[in-house]
Design a protein around this ligand. Structure first.
Ligand code: S3P
Length: 174
């Protein structure tokens, strides 16, 4: 039986906000992968992207995923691009049920528009980049997901409750 939950989905889907609430409700430890990457690099995510590039960021992401993947009884908020390397999902799935938090481009745009500097991948034309990246990544998210929750019309607490409902009788889907 898998005892952990990994939240995947695009930037702004609510992985961190939902993850914190979910971990508290379930009495599990909350882990944020982006923070671990920043700690490991001694730099912020935008600094890593600007100074070392996306490929270096993805290497760090693979290392951190490997470190957290075996942990039991944790809720992991993954970075939005974790699905791009299949090895990450294979590792996470050993101990975690993978929950895809889904939201349409216009909802994502509203949620990320505020923190422009924090999202190095979105550049200046955020609306266009979100659409492009989302359509490219859609199959990756769908293939990785054990279960999917549409977060566009739900508040944080309701998403967490829905995840609890989904995983309750279903600790080992797929
Ligand atoms: C990324 C998402 C970010 C962060 C990095 C790359 C992506 O995480 O890992 O900027 O490729 O989608 P959040 O989804 O937590 O914003």
């Amino acid at each position: 039986m898998r005892s952990s939950i990994a939240l995947i989905g695009f930037m702004g889907a609510g992985k961190t906000a939902v993850g914190k609430v979910l971990a508290r409700k379930l009495g599990k430890e909350f882990i944020e992968m982006d923070s671990l990457i920043e700690q490991k690099a001694g730099k912020t995510i935008p600094e890593i992207f600007n100074e070392a590039g996306e490929i270096r960021f993805r290497e760090l992401e693979i290392e951190v995923t490997k470190e957290v993947a075996g942990k039991k009884h944790v809720v992991i908020a993954c970075g939005g691009g974790v699905v791009l390397n299949k090895i990450n999902i294979d590792r996470l799935r050993q101990e975690a049920i993978i929950v895809y938090l889904k939201a349409p481009p216009q909802v994502i745009l509203k949620r990320v528009a505020k923190d422009e500097n924090e999202r190095p991948l979105l550049g200046e034309d955020q609306a266009r980049r979100i659409k492009e990246l989302l359509s490219f990544r859609k199959p990756f998210y769908e293939r990785a997901a054990d279960t999917t929750i549409d977060t566009s019309k739900l508040d944080i607490d309701s998403v967490a409750e829905q995840i609890i409902e989904e995983v309750k009788d279903n600790e080992s889907p797929n």
